[in-house]
Design a protein around this ligand. Structure first.
Ligand code: PMV
Length: 335
C-alpha cells in the first residue's frame, strides 16, 4: 500500500429537479449537482501506530480507527455514517486503517434536501481512496456511498449518491425492489438558471419518506396515482430539458410542486417561498428533496432579473439563497 503525505477531495451538493418521493417507488427522477456548495475531506499523515482519526469539527465529531483490524476497533458510536463510510472504503480496498487524520468540512446545510450526507461520504471515500494510492470509478463510489445512505435514510432510492458521485445531471430510475438503477446522463439543451431558497427548517428525509410510505399503505390507489403523475411530469421534463424548452420546464415544476402538496410533503414555508419566487418573476418553482422543510428551487429565464427573485425569496423568509446553473458536462455516466 502506498500513501502520500496529504490528499484533499471534495464533492458537490445536489438538487432534485423532478420526481422526489416517486423515485423511491420506481418512477423516473431528475437531479443535478450544485457546485456552489461542497463537502471536503482532507487526509494527512500522522505518526506510525496512531491509527486513523476522523474529525468533523463543524459538527463536533471525532473518533479513532485503530491501525490494525480497522473494522473491529473504532471509538465511533454504532451506526455512525462517517465510521460506516471509512469501514466500507477500507473493506472494499482490503486494507487496514492508515496512520492519518481525516478532517471533514462542508458548506452544505444538513437535513435540507441538498445531499449533505451523500456529499460528505463521497468526499471522504474519494480522499481516503486517493490517500491510499488507489482509485475507484464513480459507479463504485456511488455504490459504496449508497450503503452509507441507508444509515441516513433507511430506504433511499440512490439518486443522491448517484448524482453526487457522477457530478452530472442525471435521469434516474430505481429498479423495483432492487438496489440497481438505470442512470442516464442528461443532455441540457439550454443552460438552466435556478435559485435555491432555504426555509431554514431542517427536515429529516427518513421521516418524510416513512410518512409517504404510511400514506401509500393506507390508500395505495390514490398514492400510486399521484406517484404516476409525478413520474409522467419527470418524463416530460426530460424532453423539455433536452430540447432547451425552459418555459415548458417552468410549468412542469409548478405541476410537480402541486402534486407534492397532494402527497403531503410540502409545508407553509415551502409554499410561501415557491409563491414568492413566482411573483418575483420565476417561470416555475417547487420544493426540492424530501420536503416539509429544507430547500425549494425556482427556474429563471436566462435573461431574467435574478436579483428580484433573490430579494423576493429573502423577503418571504428564505434563510439562505444560492444561484446555480445546470448544463451538460462531459459524458461519463454508464448504465
Ligand atoms: O435527501 P433528500 O431530502 O434530497 O431526499 C431525497 C429524495 C427522496 O426521493 C425523498 C428520497 C430518495 O431516497 O430518493
Amino acid at each position: 500500500m502506498s500513501t502520500t503525505d496529504s490528499v484533499c477531495a471534495s464533492a458537490p451538493g445536489k438538487i432534485i429537479l423532478f420526481g422526489e418521493h416517486a423515485v423511491v417507488y420506481g418512477r423516473p427522477a431528475i437531479a443535478a449537482p450544485v457546485m456552489q456548495v461542497r463537502a471536503t475531506a482532507m487526509v494527512e499523515a500522522s505518526s506510525p501506530g496512531d491509527g486513523l482519526t476522523i474529525t468533523a469539527p463543524d459538527i463536533g465529531r471525532k473518533f479513532l480507527f485503530a491501525a490494525k483490524f480497522a473494522a473491529k476497533t473504532t471509538t465511533a458510536p454504532p451506526d455512525d455514517p462517517l465510521a460506516a463510510a471509512v469501514r466500507r472504503t477500507l473493506d472494499d480496498l482490503a486494507v487496514d486503517a492508515p496512520d492519518a487524520t481525516l478532517t471533514i468540512h462542508s458548506t452544505i446545510p444538513i437535513a435540507s434536501g441538498l445531499g449533505s450526507g451523500a456529499a460528505v461520504s463521497t468526499a471522504l471515500v474519494r480522499a481516503l481512496t486517493a490517500y491510499l494510492g488507489r482509485s475507484l470509478a464513480p459507479d463504485q463510489i456511488s455504490a459504496l456511498v449508497y450503503q452509507v445512505e441507508k444509515i441516513h435514510h433507511g430506504t433511499p432510492s440512490g439518486i443522491d449518491n448517484t448524482v453526487i458521485a457522477y457530478e452530472q445531471p442525471v435521469y434516474f430510475i430505481k429498479a423495483p425492489a432492487k438496489e440497481t438503477a438505470s442512470i442516464e446522463r442528461l443532455t441540457v439543451g439550454e443552460t438552466l438558471t435556478l435559485i435555491i431558497g432555504d426555509t431554514g427548517h431542517p427536515s429529516p428525509t427518513k421521516q418524510i419518506v416513512a410518512q409517504v410510505r404510511r400514506m401509500r399503505e393506507r390508500d395505495p390507489a390514490h398514492c400510486d396515482a399521484l406517484l404516476d403523475q409525478i413520474g409522467d411530469v419527470a418524463v416530460s421534463a426530460r424532453r423539455a430539458i433536452e430540447a432547451g424548452n425552459v418555459d415548458a420546464l417552468g410549468t412542469l415544476m409548478d405541476e410537480n410542486h402541486a402534486l407534492l402538496i397532494k402527497l403531503g410533503v410540502s409545508s407553509p414555508k415551502l409554499n410561501a417561498l415557491v409563491e414568492a419566487a413566482r411573483i418575483a418573476g420565476a417561470i416555475g418553482a417547487k420544493l426540492s428533496g424530501a420536503g416539509k422543510g429544507g430547500n425549494m428551487i425556482a427556474l429563471l429565464q436566462a435573461q431574467a432579473d435574478a436579483a428580484a427573485i433573490i430579494e423576493g425569496l429573502r423577503e418571504a423568509g428564505a434563510k439562505n439563497v444560492i444561484c446555480t446553473t445546470i448544463q451538460s458536462t462531459l459524458p461519463q455516466v454508464q448504465k
